[in-house]
Design a protein around this ligand. Sequence first.
Ligand code: BGP
Length: 474
Amino acid sequence: MRHYNDIFKKTDFLWGSATAAYQCEGAWNEDGKGLSEWDWFNHTSKKNINNTDGDIAADFYHHYKQDIDQLVIGHQNTYRMSISWSRIMPDGIGKINTKGLHFYDKVIDYYISKGVEPNISLFHYDLPLTLSEQGGWLNLKLSDYFANYARICFKHFGDRVKLWATINEPHYYSYCTNIVGNYPPSRHLDFQSYFQYQYNLMLASAKAVSEFRKLHIDGKIGVVHDNGNIELANNTKEKSKVREIADLFYNRMILCPALLGELPKEMESVMKLFNVDLYREKNDQEIIKSGKVDFLGLNLYNRQLVTDWHKGETNVFHNNKGEKSATREGIRIKHLFETAYDKNIKRNPWGREENPRVMYTALKEIDKRYQHPMIMITENGVGEYETPDKNGFVEDDERIRITNKFLKYMLKAKSEGVNVRGYYHWSTMDLYSWINGYEKRYGLVRVDFDNNLKRIPKKSFSWYRNFIETYEKE
Ligand code: BGP
């Protein structure tokens, strides 16, 4: 029998990489899997900007052994993945698809047999389509449906899986689905739905945590948040106002319930500024209180640099087309705040800052403000356009250079007492990117999507292996 306590007897730190079901599995309609919202979106919706889909993706469904073997060669001792809800329950509720359970049994057992610790997220964006048709995360029943699905997973895999996360990025998911509109169901600048999504997702997370506790699962459970550490541009006039509103907007709807078991104190007053009236029920506070997580998963790519609103209507700026567009990421919220742009910081082709120092600042701030939580860096990585040489090899020196800095900053925070216990590079191999499909690559291993999905480790793969080895020797 495996025990959680044994994990950190072998090593004081977990090193691995991450994927998500829709982005890597493929097999979108195999072995009884139901449709997810993303299957529908990418097949049918005119709002699918990438003009591609995850039908095959990296076909992890049929290549999982090869991918796991490769990860082991890279000295990684953990792997983060997600379960596709509609593979386990085709309609999200009701009938269970045993073939779906069996697929994840095979994957998990193979990892464990190789000494790799699985870290499993229950939800990474791919909502069963049937539930989406019933109002998605605005439907008040959804948190119960999610808790039910979570309980099924805990009961089935809980003897083997020791690290769990309820939901991947409740904030960023709510942002893309309701403000940007580049994720289904593609609402645009809908702040009411944006906040209600976050609220309902955190209720769902809390209910799943309660199920986990009721079953006395031996393990730890977390939620995964996209770091949106607030920094103010130098010329910001109303410093405390901008900081408070932006922090609530990007972080505190998630971090307060997850780490403190309470809603943010400033929630009511900030909701008024957005003209949002959240639907809540009487015993929600109790649910949130009992849904505190054991650890915070932090997906760390960048910060939020903000300042006072200057002029202009509320709008959002998002680049889904890389070099084909000059747009930089950001938002302007009339009368409240707006994104600031620092000319001195390099940006990637998708208009996002490359700023590894944020790793240190964010870890220190969360540690200080949220009672020294256990943290796992559940994602961090570098998206690039990539051209291999004639043998298919990619010399991804930029990825190495930037990741090296991120890691040094992470280890600096750790050495100063931050309780960070693991790091997962995004991503294990090339896969489908929600932004820019297969043109934007993140993998440590190249996948040749035009040639039988051949796997070829990149230069960063060996670099990461050496980094882990050096850390372990020291
Ligand atoms: C995170 C998601 C991942 C992954 C990553 C890179 O927000 O959790 O699923 O996709 O971002 O983002 P993208 O592929 O959109 O560049």
